[in-house]
Design a protein around this ligand. Structure first.
Ligand SMILES: Cc1cc2nc3c(=O)[nH]c(=O)nc-3n(C[C@H](O)[C@H](O)[C@H](O)COP(=O)(O)OP(=O)(O)OC[C@H]3O[C@@H](n4cnc5c(N)ncnc54)[C@H](O)[C@@H]3O)c2cc1C
Length: 389
């Protein structure tokens, strides 16, 4: 175990056991296949099903709904372990557990919780979160897809983009405008809907051909006059955007944990490689230039993890963590990009080849600086917090 291992941290015994079990499963059942899934763009449905059966779709769901009810701290460590094996699998789980589950737990009625949380916890329902549109990414309050009342029902129409789990989810939590063009209400003109993927009129587009995370599915979504009853509105009309932002605090910590897992995997490959690879009749590890890179990688990874765990502990104490989640995501994602760039350098020409793992990790790392709020947006969030009382 290296000094950069999360298992050296001071965490409760029960958390340690779950993290160790996750590591064992991830290293045995996921990591050996990650390169092949990446090169063939294979969505590992069979492994996702197994993860669902083991309770990974219910990591954050309370025990009363058959979930594991993990605290935020343990949840983050579990996500890091999955990401260290395969970042694609970790994002599918992170989106499901951090966004739709959080929104349902916070805003769902007793009936909605009853209907969805049990099946989620049992691994029967995977969920997606859909806010972005083609012309509305960072400026997500400007979305245009809408839901209009028709008697008791809602009629949903429009186009959403870049939905993780877009064509593999059973439940889609979709943010839609419910104000009118005559009376725009900005952040209070958007509502959240619980949309079964099987509802008539819900049509996922083709899976995007991505730089990284090639084993996760990212699709567009067409809503063609999808008719839903009132029980599909989540929380209050007009408050869905606020709910989405609240959930994104968890989502951003999840992406930070994902980034840390990617970076840790890169460091572990470099530690091994620098002992095997010989130049000038010595292993690379004998060169101080290489040692310094490894030392900096380990230090930044540990610092990223400390920021995540600090935000997670604050969340578990019930504090607001918007800025701390932003800091964790900003630092961890930029660390992942920096560490994987150094890893390619340490592997030299082999690092540039698809036969070696650091090339994939480098590609996987990039998106952590983009989704769930780009690094620029995180800096805006953090700076705004500096001026509030
Ligand atoms: C693989 C993948 C999966 C995704 N999954 C989901 C998902 O499941 N659900 C979902 O809803 N969305 C998802 N997204 C969308 C993602 O959240 C957006 O891509 C992200 O929020 C950025 O929006 P954008 O791509 O439109 O970039 P833009 O908003 O167009 O930004 C372009 C550039 O301008 C910068 N910029 C924008 N505004 C400002 C500003 N005010 N100040 C300074 N700089 C600024 C940005 O930081 C960025 O560098 C996913 C995206 C990807 C790539």
């Amino acid at each position: 175990m290296t000094i950069a291992s999360p298992l050296l941290l001071d965490v409760p015994e029960q958390s340690r056991e779950i993290v160790e079990m996750t590591r064992e499963f991830a290293q045995k059942e996921i990591a050996p296949h990650a390169a092949e899934w990446d090169s063939t763009k294979h969505y590992p449905a069979e492994v996702m099903k197994r993860l669902g059966e083991l309770g990974f779709y219910g990591l954050r769901i309370p025990e009363e709904y058959e979930g594991l009810g993990l605290d935020t701290l343990t949840y983050m460590m579990v996500l890091e372990e999955i990401a260290a094996a395969d970042a694609s699998v970790s994002i599918s789980l992170s989106v499901h557990n951090s966004l739709p589950v959080t929104m349902l737990l916070r805003e769902g009625t007793a009936e909605q919780k009853e209907r969805w949380l049990g099946p989620m916890a049992r691994g029967e329902v995977l969920a997606a979160f859909s806010l972005s549109e083609a012309d509305s990414g960072s400026d997500s309050v400007s979305i245009r897809a809408q839901a209009v009342r028709d008697g008791d029902e809602w009629v949903l129409s429009g186009e959403k983009t870049w939905v993780t789990n877009g064509d593999t989810a059973d439940l889609l939590v979709i943010m839609l405008r419910t104000d009118t063009p005559e009376e725009r209400r900005g952040a209070h003109g958007i509502s959240a809907f619980l949309v079964p993927a099987a509802a008539p009129g819900v049509v996922p587009g083709k899976a995007e051909d991505k730089m990284g995370l090639r084993a996760s599915r990212t699709t567009s979504l067409s809503l063609n006059d999808v008719r839903l009853g009132p029980e599909h509105l989540l929380g209050m009309e007009g408050e869905g955007f606020i709910y989405a932002l609240q959930a994104l605090d968890n989502g951003r910590m999840g992406v930070a944990a994902q980034a840390t897992g990617i970076a840790r995997a890169a460091l572990e490959h470099c530690i091994r490689y620098s002992q095997e690879r010989q130049q000038f009749e010595r292993p690379l590890r004998d060169f101080q230039a290489i040692q310094f890179k490894l030392a900096d990688m380990a230090t930044r990874i540990s610092a990223a993890r400390a920021l995540i765990l600090e935000a997670a502990r604050a969340k578990d104490r019930g504090e607001s963590v918007t800025e701390r989640a932003g800091m964790a995501k900003l630092f961890a994602s930029e660390t992942a990009m920096w560490v994987t760039t150094q890893a390619v350098q340490i592997f030299g020409g082999y690092g540039y080849m698809r036969d070696y793992p650091v090339e994939r990790l480098f590609r996987d790392a990039k998106v952590t600086e983009i989704y769930e709020g780009t690094s620029e947006i995180q800096r805006i969030v953090i700076a705004r917090g500096l001026y509030s009382d």
